[in-house]
Ligand binder design. Structure first.
Ligand code: NAP
Length: 298
């Protein structure tokens, strides 16, 4: 089976490399050519257009920003004509409704569509320990298992298309809400002059503790959001997708709307492409000014 990969950003690049190093026949395409250079050096076949990639591959993985990017890439008339003999393995984070709409368009031209969003980031891609949630028919899941198992020790078949996308948004809602909640508590503790380690030792012993708190603690304390695995702008996208999806189901999504506002504020502070733990800056306004952050970091 020849695998194509479209979107060689933060996640797509190591995914392509892992598939290649695991012995898959892999080709890649990216809108910005320069991001393909490291892959070319590793012997990945580089293809100059989406149509060429789709023509050559049995399965094409999409790892791009959002549903709009997916539509621009595969739902043009030119590309749609060539989807007949190809399975689209959509791994970006999009909403269940967006996923079902794209599936319908792909099916209408005789192609196959599987959604497989992932939990985990660059380190998990490199060690093949992503958590992959799959929305597909049982038969599609079985056929794609070798590819999925290269990236995850235990890909999980959730159900039909839409179920995996919804599960992924449910997980990311927790990322945004927990990070905002922790940023607030940590900020208050610091403002009151309390020893952060004492606070953490109580938190760690309590039922309220989540491992993500320790994962992000040093970044927040040091105001260091450089070299992100998952940037603030993607978290905002996911909070808005969750809120929209929940509201369509008649739920009260005001909590997530507030988290989205916090993420937008972090972006307004110039932290769009920095690690999402930059939400800390948005709730601790004392650091919204870059010079205040610089002084604190010294
Ligand atoms: N980073 C993580 O830790 C992580 C974890 C789980 C899930 N995800 C999800 O995975 C997806 C990719 O994330 P990432 O972190 O790899 O993002 P990224 O580094 O920002 O890369 C985005 C990719 O999408 C491409 N793209 C965007 N708009 C496009 C368009 N209109 N036409 C063609 N290509 C377009 C970009 O191409 P250019 O290079 O030309 O801009 C780039 O290859 C997102 O949905 C994200 O939410 C990310």
């Amino acid at each position: 089976m020849k695998i194509g990969l479209i979107g060689t950003g933060l996640m797509g690049q190591p995914m392509t490399l892992r598939l290649k190093q695991s012995g898959f026949d892999v080709a890649a395409y990216n809108r910005t050519r320069s991001k393909l250079e490291p892959l070319e050096k590793e012997g990945v076949q580089i293809v100059d257009s989406v149509t060429n990639l789709i023509q050559q591959c049995d399965c094409v993985i999409l790892m791009v920003t959002n549903a709009e990017a997916i539509a621009n890439i595969i739902l043009t008339d030119d590309v749609k004509q060539r989807l007949k003999e190809c399975t689209i393995l959509q791994m970006s984070t999009i909403s269940p409704q967006q996923s079902r709409t794209i599936r319908d368009e792909v099916l209408a031209v005789g192609g196959e569509y599987v959604e497989a969003p992932v939990l985990g980031s660059i380190p998990q891609v490199k060690e093949g320990s992503l958590q992959i949630m799959v929305g597909s028919t049982p038969e599609q899941f079985r056929q794609l298992q070798p590819v999925l198992e290269c990236l995850s020790s235990e890909p999980i078949h959730m159900g039909e298309v839409g179920t995996a996308a919804a599960t992924k948004l449910a997980m990311n809602q927790l990322i945004g809400s927990l990070t905002t909640a922790f940023s607030l508590s940590l900020g208050l503790v610091q403002q009151e002059g309390i020893d952060v380690e004492k606070f953490m030792s109580i938190l760690r012993q309590s039922a309220l503790y989540a491992p993500t708190f320790d994962k992000k603690l040093q970044r927040m304390v040091n105001l260091n959001f450089e070299n992100p695995n998952f940037p603030t702008q993607h978290l905002l996208k996911d909070m808005l997708l969750f809120a929209h999806t929940a509201e369509q189901r008649g739920m009260d999504a005001s909590l997530v709307q507030s988290v989205a506002k916090v993420a937008q504020k972090a972006i307004d502070c110039g932290l769009a492409t920095q690690d999402y733990s930059a939400l800390y800056v948005a709730v601790n306004s004392v650091y919204s000014d870059p010079s205040a952050r610089k002084n604190k970091a010294k």
